[in-house]
Every structure is written in C-alpha cells, then in structure tokens.
Design a protein around this ligand. Structure first.
Ligand code: DOR
Length: 311
C-alpha cells in the first residue's frame, strides 16, 4: 500500500495532510482533536502578542461551494499557544508541530520572535502575512517591501525553522516579485494560499457575515484553482530548499493529489475540516491512498511536482 510520509525542512511527518490555520486550532481541546486524528500534525490558530476577541458575529458562513469568514484573528495570545504546543511536544517528542503567528502592528514582529526565541519552542513557525480580515490593515504580503522588511527583522532574531503563509497571487509579475523577496531568506517553507480576501456571499438579500460590510476571505471549493496555480508557480520560482504546504479547496483525496502534483510537500485543509470535523483526515488519507494504489504510486515523490501540460 502507498505510504504518505513527507518532510518539511528535515522534520518527518507520517502523513501529508494537516489542518489549515484558523480551523480546529483555537484551544487545547480543538488541537487535541486534530492531534489524535489521522492528521500529520497541527498548526495553531494565528497567535498575536495579546489575546484578541476578533470581529463581531456573524463572522463565518459555510456555503455549498465553500466558506466566507471575517474572524479578525480571535486567539488566546502567543503565551497560551507557546505553552500548549510545548505540552503536546512533551507528550509526543517525535512529532513536530506548527505555531502560527502574526503582528498587528510593525512593532509586534520583533517582540513576538524575541519571545519565541527565548521559549522552549522547537517546532516550526508559520508567520501569517496574509490575514484579510483585520479592519484597517492590509494583507501584508501584497506589499513586497513590507515582507522584505519584516523578514529581515525576524530572521535576525529567530534562527529556528520558519515559513510564511501567503495570500493568493493572480499575476505572474507578482509571483516573481514575492519569490524574489522570499528567496533572499533562509525560509524552511511557504504555505500557499490563505483565503481569497474580500469576497462577498449573499443569502436572500443580506450579506452572510457582518464585519467589513459583509466582505470576507473565501475558502473551500471556490478557491481550488487559485491554490493549485499558486503552489505550481511558486514551486517553479522558489529555491528548492523551501518546502511548500499547499492549502485551498481540499474536499477530497483527489484535491490533495492535485496539490501534490503541483509540488506541495504537505497539504492543509481548512473549510472542509470546519464542515466535517477531524474525521476528515482519515477520509482524505484513504481517498489519496486509493488513488495512488490505482496508479501504482508507492510514495508521494513518485508524482510530486510532476504535473503534465499538453504540448
Ligand atoms: O481567512 C482568514 N481568516 N485568514 C487568516 O489569516 C485569518 C483568519 C481570521 O482570523 O480572520
């Protein structure tokens, strides 16, 4: 039977599917449910320096084709997630975990990474540069100079395994520009894509969510083609030592297969995890394994990055 082991920056995982930050990762209880599921590992909710309540409700809605959210980074604060991840690490020393974090002001990044560097944290940090939902704040990674500034500062302070969570790009010039910035830094991984920012879902005559006049990040099936393209093009443009976590639009094992075909080393699931709960990981694992078995693929490297394009 096909095996699904993978590595990110030298860390070994016994599966290639994990949660996407934001879903089933708010507190110890949710993280534990993912930890004990078939998932490879978990990433925490994006932690800010101080706890945040997030945006007013309703702030998330699921639709037949996906989801819209404007959560606004509700989270229990960096200290909480550092503590909880350390507890999981003590219980499972062989299993690497991801901590997601971001700043809500330019001063935050130095403080956050000084704190992480001084802690016992020994997993991988995912720096979220793509939240579309904090009122009055742009998605950082659409500002290439800001990304360069932040990564210069952060990599000067923190020398552990570090990745960035990116928004979707839609123009080949922008793919090249972000890759040129990221390739200057000793990054372990890139996670692409976050939700597609500032979409609008209407139910009857009313926006589905309240914050930002109804605008929010779109996830799920709607965004799979963008996720595939972002994984594919960034795999071609980034240094080979930067691994890729492909996130966006995963509903079936076939979707996982396609993200890996585009070059993903690990695959994140968010909207569908929200709809189905942590049992989704066992289903996706079975479906991916069945596809690989039918094609005679024994391991992920047999097809990773090997997308064919008609002549
Ligand atoms: O869609 C998202 N929602 N992406 C993020 O990065 C953060 C999250 C939120 O809390 O709004």
């Amino acid at each position: 039977m096909a095996e699904l082991t993978t590595t990110i920056g030298g860390f070994h995982f016994n599966n290639t599917i994990m949660n996407g930050a934001g879903v089933w990762c708010y507190d110890r209880k949710e993280l534990s449910a993912v930890d004990t599921s078939a998932a490879a590992t978990f990433v925490t909710k994006t932690a800010t320096l101080a706890p945040r309540a997030g945006n007013p409700k309703p702030r998330m809605a699921a639709t037949d084709l996906g989801s819209i959210n404007s959560m606004g980074l509700p989270n229990k604060g960096l200290d909480y997630y550092l503590q909880v991840v350390e507890e999981f690490h003590q219980a499972n020393p062989e299993k690497p975990y991801f901590l997601s974090t971001t700043g809500t002001s330019p001063d935050d990044f130095g403080k956050i990474f000084t704190k992480i560097a001084a802690s016992n944290f020994s997993g991988l940090v995912e720096l979220n540069l793509s939240c579309p939902n904090v009122v009055g704040k742009p998605q950082i990674a659409y500002d290439f100079a800001a990304v360069e500034r932040i990564l210069t500062q952060v990599t000067g302070i923190y020398h552990g395994p570090l990745g960035v969570k990116l928004p979707p790009y839609f123009d080949l010039v922008h793919f090249q520009q972000i890759a040129d910035v990221l390739n200057q830094f000793p990054l372990t991984f890139v996670n692409t894509i976050n939700s597609v920012g500032n979409g609008l879902v209407i139910q009857d005559e009313t926006a589905a969510i309240a914050p930002k006049g109804g605008l929010g990040g779109i996830g799920g099936g709607y965004i799979k083609p963008m996720a595939l393209a972002n994984v594919r093009v960034l795999r071609q443009l980034l240094k080979p030592e930067i691994n890729i976590i492909g996130t966006g639009g995963v509903e079936t094992g076939r979707d996982v297969f396609e993200l890996i075909l585009c070059g993903a080393d690990m695959v994140g699931v968010a909207t569908q995890l929200g709809k189905e709960g942590p049992k989704v990981f066992a289903r996706l694992t079975e479906e991916l394994t069945a596809i690989m078995d039918a094609k005679g693929y024994k391991r992920l490297s047999d097809f990773r990055g090997k997308l064919q394009v008609p002549e």
